[in-house]
Every structure is written in C-alpha cells, then in structure tokens.
Design a protein around this ligand. Structure first.
Ligand code: HEM
Ligand code: HEM
Length: 143
C-alpha cells in the first residue's frame, strides 16, 4: 500500500503540475487577448482542480503511513532540512496551495463569461503553482 501510493504520488505529480500550469497559461492567454472565459475554457480550471485534489488525497494518506511523514515529525527533524521538508514544509505548503486553487476555482465559477474569471484563475492558480514548486523534494524526485 505504502509503495503503491508513494510511486503514484511521485508519478502523478507530473500530471498535477502540468494541469495546474496549463490552467495558468490558458488564463494568461485569455487575459492577454481580453477574452472572457466561457464554460468550455473553464474546463482547464476544472482539470487543474481535479488533478490537484487527487494529488492532495494521495499525499494526505501518505503523510500518515510514510516513515517520512508524521512518524518523523520531531524536534530533531526540525534541524534536518530534508526531514523537515517531507514532514512539515511540503505537506503544509501544498495544503495551502491546493486550498488557494480550490478557492480560486469556486470564485471563478461564479464569474463565468466575464473577464474576471480568467483573472481569478490566473492569480489563485498562479500563486498555488509557485507555492507547490517552492516545496517539491526535487533532489529525491528527479534522482
Ligand atoms: C480529501 C480529499 C478532498 C477534499 C478535502 C476535497 C475538497 C473539495 C472542496 C472543498 C471543494 C469545493 C470547491 C467549490 O467550492 O466548488 C471540492 C470540489 C471538487 N473536488 Fe474535491 N476534495 C478532495 C478530493 C477530491 C478528489 C479525489 C477528486 C477527484 C477524483 C475531487 C474532485 C473535485 C471536483 C471535480 C470538484 C469541483 C466541483 C464543482 O464543479 O464545483 N476532489 N473539493
Ligand atoms: C500538488 C501537490 C503536490 C505535489 C506536486 C507533490 C509532489 C511530491 C513529490 C514529487 C514527492 C517526491 C516523491 C519521490 O521522492 O519520488 C512527494 C512526496 C511526498 N508528499 Fe507530496 N505532493 C503534493 C502534495 C502533497 C500533500 C498535500 C501532502 C500531505 C498532506 C504530501 C505528502 C507527501 C509525503 C509524505 C511525501 C513523502 C513520501 C515518501 O517518500 O515516503 N504531498 N510529493
């Protein structure tokens, strides 16, 4: 169970990053062209949201079963940058990021067919993406 989830969370991370980034790019393009977001453009925001939620769910379970997660949360871990990243910074930062993406999605959904829909997605998903990228365990992921 642990190995399967760990591998899935590791591989699905590519997809989640790609879908969130695609939503930001499409929202940015719409802003540049001063186009309002219709229901079909909004699919990009929905796919980004779903990918982020699936990744979140896998990460949340991992946090409780991984030896790098809650198990490793202690005072000594706080002095070790790799331990702190997995046990604290990565989970906490990603929860904040996915909350922002979810808030952005629900705000934008109410603004469909106005130019504020794409602006809202661009800002909320954009900040979320930056937060996610700031706390990816790059060295173990790409190793
Ligand atoms: C612990 C896990 C999860 C939590 C806490 C969670 C939480 C939420 C919340 C709070 C919203 C509300 C957004 C709004 O106001 O419209 C939402 C929407 C949504 N979630 Fe999740 N979610 C989780 C897992 C998932 C998973 C695994 C999927 C996909 C397989 C998913 C797909 C969706 C979709 C499609 C919506 C948008 C519904 C809409 O169009 O309004 N979520 N989720
Ligand atoms: C979009 C959001 C997220 C992305 C892109 C992401 C990505 C990653 C990546 C790339 C790894 C490294 C995998 C490896 O070394 O091969 C990882 C590990 C991990 N993630 Fe996430 N993650 C996200 C959200 C979360 C959340 C919300 C939690 C917990 C609440 C979480 C908990 C963990 C844990 C505990 C590990 C370490 C697993 C282990 O090596 O035992 N992640 N994540």
């Amino acid at each position: 169970m642990y190995q399967i989830l760990k591998t899935s969370h590791s591989h699905f991370a590519w997809l989640a990053l790609a879908f969130v980034a695609l939503a930001v790019i499409m929202a940015f393009v719409a802003r540049m062209n001063k186009k309002s977001w219709s229901k079909s453009d909004f699919k990009f925001a929905l796919f980004g949201l779903i990918a982020a939620h699936i990744q979140f769910l896998m990460g949340l379970i991992l946090y409780f079963i991984s030896p790098m997660g809650l198990d490793n949360l202690s005072g000594a871990t706080m002095k070790d940058s790799v331990g702190r990243l997995f046990a604290l910074e990565h989970p906490l930062m990603n929860i904040i990021a996915i909350a922002l993406i979810t808030i952005g999605y629900s705000k934008a959904k109410k603004l469909l067919n106005t130019d504020r829909a794409s602006k809202t997605v661009m800002i909320y998903y954009g900040i979320g993406l930056i937060l996610i990228l700031s706390r990816i365990p790059w060295s173990s992921w790409l190793a």
